[in-house]
Design a binder for this molecule. Structure first.
Ligand SMILES: Nc1ncnc2c1ncn2[C@@H]1O[C@H](COP(=O)(O)OP(=O)(O)OP(=O)(O)O)[C@@H](O)[C@H]1O
Length: 758
């Protein structure tokens, strides 16, 4: 049979035009007619590593002509073809000792479960509780155990007598003697019988002496020892007989702890569970080599659970295992909330960190939230947000981030947003802008501290929010200017610091905006684009200026959170979602592929999500459960802090209504008032007078330079269909005439007439 064999070859050094040796990596790919063409060097796609005919790790034979990159080959040729190793000579064990040492990974000196005081305490507590529980359990049942032993002692006595009889009569040698008799081995038989007779004599004697001693002790002991000694001896004898009479399948004492609480995680259990996941790569590898699943460290206690560092077979990724968390829990025989597989971010994708908790995370009691006491905090410092699967607090600083919280309904998204806003409320300097677009009042506990607050998505709520956001964008612009102009020693990184935020004259206090069901804004038919534009700006430039925007949605997709916003968010908290798209929308592109999967959470995993961006690694975290009354109590304390600091403002201080009305409904009359009797006026002059008229509303507009003032007024008038015009006027500072942007009185009056007519 004629076959076409195309093999990647490395020519003999002599054949090479440049005369280089094998290290030159010039390989040729002979075609069917035998003419060579340039091939790819080893290590490219045609690399033979892993080929069955190419044992990796075997020494290289440099003179060999074939490099094993078969494209087409028949079986016979494959069988005849010599095995050609491809690795460089020597193995890692041949490297010098310094190199070998450098390649090793240092295991922690202090085991994980003793690394911090709280973990050591937790471990000691776990051991203590375990044995205290077992002791208590058995102590309560001791009378029952005694009764059982007493009831089983007669049977034990019978068994003891039978065993003694067999021992004395040398019953164990009987089959051998019988065999010798049957085989006609008279001599051997007689020898065995003689041995048996001697043994029986000795044993009978021992039995007689033992029994006589026993009877004597039984008669004498009660007379010479206190009564309790007799009782104890009697009980011990009873217990021994009872134990002898106990069938193997009916132990006297039951198990104090069963199931996940005390069951140790062993490598066998892990391998068995991983093999039951239905992952082809694992099954194939394990069928060839039962030890294909490795462990890079011993399985240890880690907090209130066990940690296994697993090395999956080649080609299998941790993400594949994470995806099957429920099956893994089934294989391990543990509740789903106890089983937490994670990718090892410091290793390769095939390394899995499997943490199996003693208790279901969704049911385990969370330690008391340190912020519940309502003490003032500094938002620039990391604050406890939730606990990880090991029950440790996960902390992060809310400043300098923009955040997204996403989940399917009823998983704890609003609770999470409310918790973040409560954290912000505990820094008296922080100004809160809270928007509950679902309108059910979930964020109402924050109203007593909120600078701006709205629940609902009616037209006026949207107007209110838009006005606020426009003002916030201006505030951000003002802040960038303030920061830019600050001396470098005060603001070395060109961003707000805690010290700067405390200087009231600079007005750089933290501003935290929380929006629940933010999709309502972005999908708004009229103002959606503007909401998107402002929020994008706030997400991008806000964090450095001390403005934090946190958006929560139950429908994480490109419409609910526009991509420019989701791309720039730093803080990401993803509770249970239903698919890859939603997962990646909240956690970022490729998160699902990299094993960060919030789809793994069960419906009972409320408040549990993947936290990303604000901690070193993506962490599974359970937020703090703060119900409505709890949130109100914390907000009341936060309000007291603000009142004491003289920092209660806006809605919470009862100053909100005026702002709303003036900003939405009174702009046009205000402009007319500011223009006085003039038919036309420069925009910058109008803005100055507006600021005098209502400093709370227009004050920030007037802090800009002339051109920006004009632009600001133009943007504010645009929604009313009014454009600014060129106006000739005299500059009061210089007394010179100039042509600048301004407002025509007729345009304003026409807009008012039209609006009132509507
Ligand atoms: N950290 C938590 N710990 C325990 N349970 C929680 C936690 N957070 C939320 N829950 C529970 O989850 C339920 C739903 O929470 P929440 O109202 O925040 O969900 P949601 O995702 O905002 O729902 P929707 O989209 O319908 O508004 C709460 O009633 C609460 O019982």
């Amino acid at each position: 049979m004629s076959t076409t064999t195309t093999t990647l070859t490395t020519p003999d050094p002599e054949e090479r035009p440049d005369g280089s040796d094998a290290g030159g990596k010039v390989y040729r790919l002979p075609t069917a007619d035998g003419m060579p063409t340039d091939g790819t060097p080893a290590g490219g796609d045609a690399s033979p590593a892993g080929s069955p005919a190419t044992p990796v790790g075997a020494p290289v034979e440099p003179a060999s002509p074939v490099l094993d990159a078969e494209l087409v080959e028949d079986d016979a040729a494959a069988a005849d073809r010599p095995v050609v190793p491809v690795d460089q000579p020597g193995s890692s064990s041949d490297a010098d000792w310094v190199t070998r040492l450098r390649e090793t990974q240092r295991l922690p000196i202090i085991p994980g479960y003793l690394r911090t005081l709280s973990e050591a305490r937790q471990t000691a507590g776990w051991i203590g509780r375990h044995y205290a529980h077992a002791t208590g359990y058995h102590a309560v049942r001791a009378p029952l155990y005694l009764l059982r032993l007493a009831a089983r002692s007669p049977q034990g006595a019978v068994l003891l007598l039978a065993a003694t009889g067999r021992w004395v009569s040398d019953a164990e040698g009987r089959p051998l003697r019988r065999a010798m008799a049957n085989a006609g081995e008279a001599e051997k038989y007689l020898k065995l019988v003689a041995e048996r007779n001697a043994r029986v004599r000795l044993r009978t004697l021992l039995l007689l002496v033992g029994s006589t001693l026993g009877v004597v002790l039984f008669m004498v002991l009660p007379g010479v020892t206190p009564g309790w000694v007799t009782w104890v001896c009697g009980m011990v004898a009873l217990a021994i007989l009872g134990k002898l009479g106990t069938p193997a399948d009916k132990p006297v004492a039951g198990r104090a702890v069963v199931g996940p609480q005390a069951a140790k995680l062993t490598s066998d259990v892990v391998v068995q569970a991983l093999s039951a996941l239905g992952i082809g790569g694992i099954n194939q590898a394990v069928s060839k080599n039962p030890r294909a699943i490795g462990f890079t460290a011993p399985i240890t206690r880690d907090g209130p659970g066990w940690r296994a560092d697993v090395e999956l077979p080649p080609g299998v990724t941790a993400a594949e295992v994470i995806e099957r968390r429920d099956k893994l829990a089934s294989g391990l025989g543990r509740p789903l909330g106890c089983v937490w597989p994670e990718a090892n971010t410091t290793g390769h994708p095939g390394q899995l960190v499997l943490w199996v908790g003693d208790r279901d995370m969704s049911k385990a009691k969370q330690p008391a939230w340190p912020l519940r006491a309502g003490k003032p905090i500094d938002l620039f410092d990391p604050q406890p947000f939730g606990t990880d699967v090991r029950g440790r607090w996960v902390k992060f600083a809310l400043m300098f981030v923009a955040g997204i919280v996403g989940a399917i309904p009823r998983m704890g998204k609003t609770f999470t947003l409310r918790e973040l806003l409560l954290i912000a409320a505990l820094d008296p300097r922080a100004q809160l802008h809270t928007y509950d677009l679902k309108g059910t009042g979930d964020l109402s506990p924050l109203a007593p501290v909120a600078h701006r607050y709205r629940a609902g998505d009616d037209a006026e709520d949207i107007e209110y929010a838009l006005t606020d956001l426009r003002a916030l964008r201006e505030e951000m612009r003002r802040r960038t200017k303030v920061i830019r102009e600050l001396p470098k020693d005060l603001c070395p990184e060109n961003k707000v610091t805690s010290e700067l935020a405390s200087k009231r004259s600079l007005r750089l206090h933290p501003i935290v905006i929380g929006v629940d069901e933010c999709q309502v804004w972005f999908e708004h038919s009229e103002h959606g684009a503007e909401f998107e534009e402002i929020c994008t700006d706030l997400v991008k430039r806000g964090p450095a200026t001390g403005i934090v925007l946190i958006l929560a949605t139950q429908r994480p997709d490109a419409k609910s959170i526009p991509t420019p916003i989701s791309d720039n968010a730093v803080l990401r908290f993803c509770l249970r979602v239903s698919g890859q798209q939603a997962n990646d929308m909240v956690l970022g592109t490729s998160s699902y592929r990299n094993g960060e999967r919030a789809t793994q959470f069960a419906f009972s995993d409320k408040g549990i999500g993947l936290l990303k961006g604000v901690t070193d690694e993506t962490t599974t975290v359970k937020g703090v459960y703060i119900d409505g009354p709890g949130a109100e109590a914390i907000a009341a304390k936060a309000r007291a802090l603000r009142v004491a600091a003289g920092l209660l403002s806006g809605y919470a201080a009862g100053l909100d209504v005026e702002v709303t009305e003036s900003a939405t409904d009174t702009l046009l009359p205000d402009v007319l008032t500011a223009m006085g009797s003039a038919d036309k006026a420069w925009s910058e002059s109008i803005v100055d007078r507006l600021a005098e008229l209502r400093p709370a509303v227009y004050g920030s507009w007037a802090e800009q330079d002339g051109k920006d003032k004009a632009k600001h007024l133009a943007a504010a008038l645009k929604p009313y269909g009014i454009a600014t015009v060129q106006v000739w006027g005299t500059d009061p500072a210089t007394g010179k005439g100039a042509n600048r942007r301004g407002v025509d009185r007729d345009h304003i009056t026409a807009a008012i007439t039209e609006r009132d007519g509507k």
